[in-house]
Design a protein around this ligand. Sequence first.
Ligand code: F3S
Ligand code: F3S
Length: 105
Amino acid sequence: TYVIAQPCVDVLDKACIEECPVDCIYEGQRMLYIHPDECVDCGACEPVCPVEAIYYEDDLPEQWSEYYKANVEFFDEIGSPGGASKVGKYETDHPLIAKLPPQAE
Ligand code: F3S
Ligand code: F3S
């Protein structure tokens, strides 16, 4: 799966959403999360993110290694809706993201 990491927090550019053929990039309050079971590893989202927040799981920079878990665990309660556009923005974030201080410049 692909993973969204810290650079997305408080930026939420959303260019990635337009590229995903399976609509598996879900919106939290402060960042977006890729569904690990719905992502088909097409890689289309990765080059369009202006802040380089998206990585293939094996290429995730060391300082953001926890974001693999954050993307996966975000869906623990949500499950697999099978499409982000129909569920809209979630009211929550993974605890790792929720506790971060404001990231925007
Ligand atoms: Fe975030 Fe980049 Fe997408 S900032 S919303 S991962 S285009
Ligand atoms: Fe979609 Fe990116 Fe996966 S475009 S299918 S989330 S690699």
